[in-house]
Each structure stands twice: as C-alpha cells, then as structure tokens.
Write a protein that binds this ligand. Structure first.
Ligand SMILES: C[S@@+](CC[C@H](N)C(=O)[O-])C[C@H]1O[C@@H](n2cnc3c(N)ncnc32)[C@H](O)[C@@H]1O
Length: 413
C-alpha cells in the first residue's frame, strides 16, 4: 500500500477523534523504516501546522466550512508537503489527486496546483492557534522563541535502566543510531535520528526505556532513599515509578493511577524493566481515600502538556482556553488532597510537562498561601544550577518545557 494513503488514514482518525491511538500507528508496521518515518512526518507535520494550513487552503475553496473532512485532510497533507517539506509539486499534486474520491479529483488537483505556485511565498509561522500564541507569548516573554524552537523538532530520549549508559550508546552506534549522553540526567541518552524498535531486542529485555530528559530530572527531584515510603500518585504507564525504584531499590514505592488501561501498561513496564513497586493502587486521588501516609509524594499531575507538542501535535486540536483554567483548578485540588497523606517533614514533588503560568507558579503560590506549614525549596538543592525563583523550576531554558516544584511540610519526621 502507498505510504501517503496510510498517512491520510491516520490523519483522518486523528482529526475526527482529536487523538491518534497507538493502534493507528500499527497500520505502518509493514512499511520500511524510511516509509514509517515519512508517514510520521506527514501526519505530525500536518497536525503541527493544522491552523496555518487551513488558512492557506481556505483561500482556494469556495466554502471551506462545508468541505468534507476527508477531502480537506487530503488538501491539508498535500499543502504540508508542498509548503512544509518543499516536495516537488509534480509528485505531490499527482499523488494526492490519486488518493481523492473520483468526484473530488479535479478539485484536489486544482487547489494543490495553485498552492504549489505560492509554496515559496508562504510559511506556517508558529503553528499555534492565535489565542495560544498570544497567551504563551505573554507567559513566556523572552523564552517564547525558545518554546517554538524546542517544539519544532522532537528528538528521542532514552533512560538507561538495566545496563550502563555507555554500553547502550555503544550498542546503538553498532546499529548505526547516532546517540549522545544527555547533559543533566546521568541516565539519559539522546538519539539524533529517532529509534525504531523493530528488531531492537534491548527494548524488550528492559535495557532501557523511552523518557525525555526533563522527565528523568523528576527522579532527581524526588531523590528517593532506601526505606522511604513514596507515593507516585499519578503513575501513568509507570515510567517515573520505575525510575524511583531504579534510584533506590529498597525504597517502598506505591504506584497509583485511576486509569485501568494505564495501570495495565504500567504492569507490563514493571515486568519489562524488572522494577516492581511495593503496592499498586487504582485510587481516584480527588474522591477516594489512600489509608496511609507517605514520606514523599510525587504529583506528576495531568496538565495541558504544552511542553510536548513537538511529539504530540494532536493536542493542539483539543486544547481551548477554558482547559487551562480547569486543569489548574484540578491540579490545586489534587495537591490539597494529597497533602493530607504527607507525613510531617515530608516532601511533595509537583511536576507538569507544560509552560502555562496558571498550571505552574500560580498553582504552587496558591497552595503555599493556603498552608502556613508548607515551604518551597529548590527541587535540585542547588546541584543543577537551574534558575529557582522561590516556587519551582521551569526547565524550558535547558530542554523541553517542564516544571518541577518541591513543597516541604514543616514539622518533625
Ligand atoms: C501526566 S500523567 C502521569 C504520567 C506518569 N507519571 C508517567 O511518568 O508515566 C497523569 C496521570 O494521572 C492520572 N489521573 C488523572 N486523574 C486522576 C485521579 N483523579 N486520580 C488518580 N489518577 C489520575 C491519569 O490517568 C494519568 O495517567
């Protein structure tokens, strides 16, 4: 099957569900490595610049609003190739015309031909919807250009788990994958060209796992010690849980997540990485009860994930202004709830892979105002030289957008 046809099928699903499932990508499994990379680039690129692409297409359609989505998706991807990838027009126009339903072939051909004539004169800009562009420009100030740059290319990061980082890098080099140690995380490996898992038995045997460098720094912030009772309150697929256990094998780590399918993936990851938490829970942190206290709690809270739009551009389609406010309110509620389960002298590490002011400094400052017995400390205890201005650390200056804060409960342990 033709790579562009599959790319369009995945895009159709992504746009109608506002989300691309893992199953969708399985459609690419019979393609060559190069074709898989091409399909990913087409789908991700079209979603990343969705709003700008639609503005360009709209100028060539009589009634863009009532144009059926399957037709628009063909035009969207064709436009991404012409403008974003600079593929020669003869290839693009014919290929997408062939994919279109018979009654739309003429229209696709005409619109893409006209777009090919202006492809050197237009560009996609930031790719963000206007409201988000204005908001982040205000929130991030001087760092806004850096945010855009970081979200343009997504590099793949690994965490060495059951072998040394040097051994893994050597092995990747033997497989012709260029990789380098990360700057701040002692376990991190940056893969320049991405890494294809097919035939890479080292993933299956738990030698490494996929994890961005920023996310690995959460492990350093929690700084688990043997014997400590630690709750990973939003364990998700278990990436950070296994990291905490990797750092302190004798720490008593409890994993929790409300989502059953995440719990099931986490269990597979515990087995694969050979790092097992002491307890596995599925409690709703807001409405449920936990029945015990912890020395440390990791609050890796659900967030708008704007630090990850490079690898999850589909989230731009789902996000609206109200979401940011709602997420921030829920994050504060979650902190309030979990505070009850923290022992005196204990620590909460709050982390979110996003950059909005509401979900980062604002959540922490509201929480601190409500609690005389809470103080913020540098989550890296001065060891990392990241800028800590009293509430938390935004890592954007050094890597992806990611925020980490440490709140200590005053009192004797
Ligand atoms: C940012 S993700 C956590 C990622 C995870 N720490 C990891 O490293 O893989 C947030 C998680 O919170 C979970 N969640 C959302 N609301 C929750 C609630 N009320 N109680 C418990 N878990 C919840 C979601 O299912 C999701 O897996």
């Amino acid at each position: 099957m033709n790579a562009r046809i599959v790319a369009i099928e995945i895009l159709n699903e992504g746009i109608s569900n506002f989300f691309i499932s893992r199953n969708s990508w399985k459609k690419t499994s019979n393609f060559t490595k190069q074709d898989r990379a091409f399909i990913r680039r087409l789908v991700y690129g079209t979603l990343r610049y969705y709003f700008e692409i639609d503005k360009i297409i709209a100028t060539f359609l009589k009634d863009a609003k009532s144009t059926p989505d399957d037709l628009k998706n063909i035009l969207r991807m064709g436009t991404y190739e012409l403008v974003g990838m600079k593929t020669p027009p003869y290839a693009v126009v014919n290929e997408y015309t062939n994919i279109a339903r018979p009654k739309f072939k003429g229209l696709v051909n005409a619109v893409l031909r006209r777009i090919s004539e202006i492809s050197d004169k237009v560009n996609f800009g930031s790719g963000l919807p206007e409201w988000l562009y204005d908001k982040l420009k205000k929130d991030l100030g001087d760092f806004f250009p850096l945010f855009l740059e970081k979200n343009e290319f997504h590099e793949i990061y690994l965490r060495a788990v059951n072998k040394s980082r040097d051994e893994i890098i050597k092995n990747l080099t033997d497989h012709n994958i260029e990789s380098h140690p990360t700057r701040f995380s002692p376990w991190g490996i940056r893969c320049v060209e991405g890494i294809d898992l097919d035939g890479f038995e080292q993933f299956e045997d738990g030698t490494f796992t996929f994890q961005d460098e920023s996310s690995q720094l959460v492990g350093i912030a929690v700084d688990p010690k043997n014997g400590e009772r630690i709750l990973d309150a939003f364990g998700g697929v278990g990436t950070k849980t296994t990291h905490l256990i990797q750092i302190a094998l004798e720490a008593i780590v409890t994993y929790n997540d409300i989502n059953k399918s995440k719990v099931s993936i986490a269990m597979d990851n515990f087995k694969r990485l050979k790092k097992f938490p002491s307890k596995i829970l599925g409690v709703d942190v807001i409405n449920g009860t936990l029945n015990e206290k912890f020395d440390k709690i990791l609050v890796d809270a659900p967030c708008t994930a704007l630090g990850t739009i490079g690898k999850h551009p589909d989230l731009l389609l789902r996000l609206n202004e109200k979401d940011i406010i709602e997420k921030a309110q829920t994050q504060l509620k979650m902190l309030e709830k979990l505070w009850e389960y923290l022992s005196d002298g204990g620590e909460i590490v709050y982390s979110v892979c996003t950059v909005t002011k509401e979900e980062t400094d604002d959540v922490i400052s509201k929480f601190i105002q409500n609690h005389a017995e809470a103080v913020c400390e540098d989550p890296f205890d001065g060891k990392m030289n990241f800028e800590f201005k009293g509430l938390g650390v935004q890592l954007l200056k050094w890597m992806e957008g990611f925020y980490i804060s440490k709140i200590v409960k005053i009192g004797r342990k």
